[in-house]
Write a protein that binds this ligand. Structure first.
Ligand code: UDP
Length: 381
């Protein structure tokens, strides 16, 4: 099938990493169009997936601003729509991977008479989006999309609650290639050595640095724990959240954690870094649409704790494949950390069970078959 994928971002977030996996089977015939240049283009090129950057000006991708405000930062939205419409005539389907891609894709779909698929990877709730944003997304999806793929039941529910048509939606979880997570332990040892983490109980947090990703909650928890519990914060501020980064450094100083918290910035060697951890913490304070990091931790066979909200509830079975704590509750998180610290065998058994389950439930091969099947139904109706 000839698919024209659209994504607004040049940067590598969860949506972009997942799209790379979705696009792989179509690399011979598809094109991925980006509205900004960056490391995402490089990743697509490394994977031999055809990519074209359509806008050279960066788009303001702040989720708080209205979609239309952000789009206004492109010198000519019309020219973007024209470009996508022209390209779409050579493809069978337009596949919008982000909200701004949906806006451009909706108009291009109408003008080129190509069906539109919207892969919704956001929770359309007031926690994350202004009411204008939600209304625009839902109205365009309802009017123009033939299919809305949601990355969790939580994402689906929020779409419907915001006024989206349920009959358009199908839940498809992110897929992963389990074999990518089986690496020799020596790589993890090397990382521990390089970072001076030997003999420490290491908690890893893998996410862009952003207030709602809740890195500060983890810091508050760790301050309540013994001194040989150390944190690695992996990720950077992607969308202009530098003030939060400053606040995090300040919190580290105030809580006396300077020796125990390592800021590693954005890294592409996630697997050995996760393997170097004793526990992976996912601490979003607002509902997370999916939470790739949780499945990655499971596939690395590392114990994982996440917040009981959004899609995360669908990923972790408390006490069986990980632990859940109420969003923002650093005390409860500290208790879970302590139980993993004190009972490592139990934590390892849970991590082992989680790996087996994640390998089956989130296998990229199955997920891509599911998507292919859904796409084929569009042409049968
Ligand atoms: N990630 C990465 N390098 C980093 C931090 C994060 O490659 O330094 C990856 C992480 O492994 C995960 C993705 O970024 O695959 C984040 O996806 P998630 O669903 O957890 O959050 P999102 O970015 O979609 O909000």
């Amino acid at each position: 099938m000839k698919i024209l994928f659209l994504d607004q971002s040049g940067k590598l977030g969860g949506a972009e990493l997942s799209l790379t996996d979705v696009a792989k089977p179509y690399r011979e015939t598809c094109l991925v169009c980006l509205f900004a240049d960056g490391t995402f283009r490089e990743l697509l090129e490394q994977n031999h997936i055809p990519v074209q950057v359509l806008a050279t000006e960066p788009i303001n991708v702040s989720k708080e601003s209205g979609i239309l405000d952000s789009l206004g930062s492109i010198r000519s939205i019309v020219s973007l729509i024209v470009k996508v419409t022209t390209l779409a005539r050579n493809y069978e389907l337009i596949y919008a991977n982000t909200q701004k891609a949906l806006v451009i894709g909706a108009f291009a779909s109408f003008l080129s008479r190509r069906p539109l698929v919207y892969h919704l990877r956001d929770i359309l709730s007031p926690d994350h989006f202004s009411s204008t944003n939600r209304r625009v997304a839902v109205t365009l999806a309802n009017r123009f999309a033939s299919l809305v793929i949601t990355n969790s039941q939580a994402t689906q529910a929020a779409f419907v609650e915001a006024g989206g048509r349920r009959e358009l939606t199908h839940v498809v979880y992110n897929g992963f290639e389990p074999e990518n997570y089986n690496i020799p332990d020596t790589d993890a040892h090397e990382i521990r050595q390089t970072l001076g983490l030997e003999g420490q109980f290491v908690i890893g947090h893998f996410s862009r640095l952003s207030p709602w990703k809740g890195q500060h909650i983890l810091l508050e928890s760790v301050a309540q724990c013994p001194k040989d519990i150390t944190v690695i914060l992996v990720g950077d501020a992607l969308f202009g959240e530098e003030d939060y980064v400053k606040e995090l450094h300040q919190t580290v100083t105030e809580l006396g954690l300077k020796e125990r918290v390592h800021f590693l910035g954005f890294r592409s060697d996630i697997v050995p870094l996760m393997k170097a951890c004793n526990l992976i913490a996912h601490t979003s304070t607002a509902p997370e649409p999916f939470g790739r990091v949780i499945i990655e931790a499971m596939l690395c066979e590392r114990p994982v704790v996440g917040t009981a909200a959004g899609g995360v509830i669908e990923l972790i079975e408390p006490g069986k494949t990980g632990w859940l704590f109420p969003p923002g509750n650093s005390q409860k998180l500290a208790q879970i950390i302590m139980s993993c610290y004190q009972q490592p065998e139990q934590a390892d058994a849970i991590a082992h069970h989680a790996k087996i389950q994640a390998t089956q439930r989130f296998n990229l091969k199955t997920v891509n078959q599911q998507i292919a099947q859904l796409l084929s139904t569009i042409f049968r109706t």
